[in-house]
Design a binder for this molecule. Structure first.
Ligand SMILES: Nc1ncnc2c1ncn2[C@@H]1O[C@H](COP(=O)(O)OP(=O)(O)OP(=O)(O)O)[C@@H](O)[C@H]1O
Length: 661
């Protein structure tokens, strides 16, 4: 220290201050080193004793765990967590809600309504980028949720670490989370929509299952479809043994509002499958996108291709006038203006090419089966066809019974005891629905005797014309009268007349609109044709004038050359032209230079006339004038004189015209 003092004293530095600084540096360095050592020791300890599992948002286990975590009471004691009223899913939190986050919402009846709105369930989930510790089956779990691509707002991941000798505890956790998730999802059908931008599937929400009994179709149709689907799902080995691709296609075709989509949703609920929906006419759909999407469909699901006939058209209209027919065989592509380049061959390949997923049930719907390419609807691609028609009387009766619950004759102790063999034979959709268990939501549905309902349903069905109105329109009428079953039947005849009149009116309006549109289109086409012809004519005239002008110029130059040659022949001694380099000094100008000067003058006069007269017309007139002038016989010599006026030199060419003189 003394040595240091001796060394620093000539520099005039205060040794005490320096000592203090050095002490601080040493202490700070020691503390930081100790911190780093302890962190790395902790990480080493964690790495060697903790088991860690990673879950990515793109995969199902992430959903299960997030669902499980949202149900853990531990979050109630946590000092940091995220509260959401949205459903947690693979593609992020996507179900939009209005989010009524008041205290009474928690733990209350989910079905309760406040001011007509359903109460929201509140979920507590781990907040981002924070490590949480929760206790599970005698172990402390360290849970970290991170966002892998924060800029894009998606790509979350979950990391769960636990101190344990074997990974059994983590396996148990994942299986428990899966069981709970599936139990909760049991009453719901998950819908995934195709995202054409990223060629991936986006979770679109979970819908309440629709009971199959609420779909009223001709007897046997639902049972046949359900049995066929079940049989297919259970015959993977059978298909494999015979080398048949494990795929099955169903084509549901027929009039709008006849229950095609509803039946698919209902079947999905019954079979416990998710629905993956592709709209082939959506923006940006291409062969590659569709193939990628199809190859990412899970093995057990329903793949729904909606409005198959609209695949190759952008038309929003689905009526008979819209052109949905693939026009040119397998190479037909749809509109490319919005980036959609789907071809029929691309669609066929994606359905049953090598990359196509196996084990899926393909359902396709169309309102115009006649427009489908036979290649698309052939067996192997579409194995079962079901035709949906307008409502029959049988359907009308069934849907009426669906709407109005009836009082059971003798309240059953056990439903199994009361079901008679006759009941078993009856289609479920022809039975009355039981009185709803839910609390009445402000209005009361009158509950009539079963016999009365049956009689009303019969009268209702008798008034409905066979195969004329859609089931959706009947549903609309019944919805309007859901509290007045008797009046509903009394007034149905009147409603049918109104419906007919309305349809006639709409038909007429549509015909008028179409006629008007056609006329406008024709008028537009005629105008465009006229404009095109006028333009062509104008262009032709301009071209002719330009050609004439060119000819005139060429003629002029030719004549000047000829007369110069003549002149030079006449005056063999002086074939050079007199000019002037100074005020009075003649200068020799060679013949090509003169020709160039003439050309130059001619073009400058044209361009002057161009600019002064403002266009081709003037230019052409000028050239015509020069042409006329040149028509006059040129007999004399040409004097080319260069003069200098001030400092400017110029060349003049003058033709001595015999005739004019
Ligand atoms: N057969 C039916 N049984 C019960 N409800 C039906 C039936 N047909 C139609 N509906 C009702 O009509 C509405 C429209 O039905 P849905 O969307 O299933 O018809 P769709 O045939 O798929 O029509 P589109 O061809 O226009 O898509 C639904 O609310 C559904 O409840």
């Amino acid at each position: 220290m003394d040595t240091l003092k001796n060394m620093l004293s000539p520099l005039g530095m205060n040794t005490n201050a320096l000592q203090d600084t050095l002490k601080l540096v040493v202490i700070g360095g020691t503390v930081e080193t100790a911190r780093r050592i302890s962190v790395s020791a902790w990480n080493g300890f964690v790495d060697s004793f903790f088991l860690t599992a990673h879950f990515s948002q793109e995969d199902y286990p992430y959903d299960w765990l997030m669902h499980w975590l949202s149900k853990q009471p531990a979050w109630g004691r946590s000092r940091e967590f995220e509260i959401t009223t949205r459903t947690v899913s693979r593609s992020g939190i996507t179900q939009s809600t209005t989010g009524d986050l008041d205290e009474e919402d928690v733990d209350e009846d989910e079905d309760a309504l406040i001011h007509g709105r359903k109460k929201r369930k509140v979920a507590f989930i781990p907040s981002l980028d924070t490590t949480h510790t929760i206790y599970y089956r005698g172990h402390w779990l360290r849970i970290t949720r991170t966002k892998r691509y924060p800029d894009y707002g998606h790509g979350a991941a979950l990391k769960i670490s636990v101190v344990a000798r074997s990974n059994d505890i983590l396996k148990k956790l994942v299986l428990e989370a899966k069981r709970e998730y599936e139990k909760d999802a049991e009453h719901r059908v998950h819908i995934f929509m195709a995202d054409t931008t990223y060629a991936c599937w986006r979770w679109n929400g979970a819908r309440q299952k629709r009971p199959l009994s609420s779909i009223v179709l001709q007897p046997g149709v639902k049972d046949m479809l359900l049995a066929d689907c079940k049989d297919f799902l259970a015959s993977e080995d059978w298909y494999a043994e015979r080398g048949i691709p494990f795929r099955r296609g169903y084509l549901l075709h027929g009039v709008p509002g006849s229950g095609k989509t509803s039946l698919i949703h209902s079947l999905a609920g019954e079979l416990g499958l998710d629905i993956y929906v592709v709209s082939l006419s959506s923006k940006g759909m291409s062969d590659n996108t569709l193939t990628t999407l199809m190859s990412h469909v899970p093995s057990r699901c329903i793949l729904l291709l909606e409005d198959l006939d609209a695949a190759f058209t952008r038309s929003v209209s689905r009526d008979s006038s819209s052109t949905g027919v693939p026009l040119g065989g397998t190479t037909t592509t749809n509109n490319e203006s919005d980036g959609s380049t789907l071809s029929l061959s691309g669609l066929l390949n994606s359905l049953d090419g090598v990359a196509a997923a196996e084990g899926r049930l393909l359902f396709a719907t169309t309102n115009h089966i006649e427009r489908l390419d036979p290649a698309l609807s052939r067996p192997g691609r579409m194995d079962v066809w079901v035709n949906f028609t307008h409502a029959t009387r049988w359907q009308a009766e069934g849907i009426f019974k669906c709407f109005f619950p009836s009082k059971p004759k003798n309240p059953p102790v056990d439903s199994a005891e009361t079901s008679s063999p006759a009941d078993e034979k009856t289609d479920v959709s022809q039975k009355n629905l039981p009185v709803p268990k839910r609390k009445a939501s402000g209005h009361t549905i009158p509950v009539l005797e079963e016999a009365e309902i049956a009689e009303l349903a019969k009268r209702f069905a008798d008034t409905i014309p066979e195969n004329e109105l859609s089931v959706a329109s009947l549903q609309g009428y019944l919805l309007k009268n859901k509290l007045r079953p008797r009046e509903c039947v009394d007034e149905v005849g009147e409603w049918v007349i109104q419906e007919r009149e309305m349809r006639e009116k709409l038909k007429k309006e549509k015909a008028e609109r179409e006629a008007k549109e056609k006329k406008e289109a024709e008028e537009k086409e005629r105008k465009e044709k006229e404009e095109r012809l006028a333009k062509e004519l104008e262009e032709k005239e301009i071209k002719e004038k330009l050609e004439k002008k060119e000819r005139a110029k060429a003629k002029k130059v030719h004549r000047v050359e000829a007369s110069l040659k003549l002149d030079s022949a006449n005056s063999s001694t002086s074939n050079t032209v007199i000019g002037s380099s100074g005020p009075n000094t003649p200068t020799e100008v060679t013949l090509p230079a003169v020709v160039a000067a003439v050309k130059c003058e001619s073009s400058s006069s044209s361009s002057e006339s161009d600019s002064s007269n403002g266009g081709i017309e003037a230019d052409t007139e000028e050239s015509i004038t020069s042409e006329e002038e040149l028509e006059k016989p040129i007999g004399g010599s040409i004097n080319v004189v260069t003069k200098e006026v001030g400092k400017e030199k110029w060349v003049a060419v003058k033709g001595q015209l015999e005739a004019s003189d």
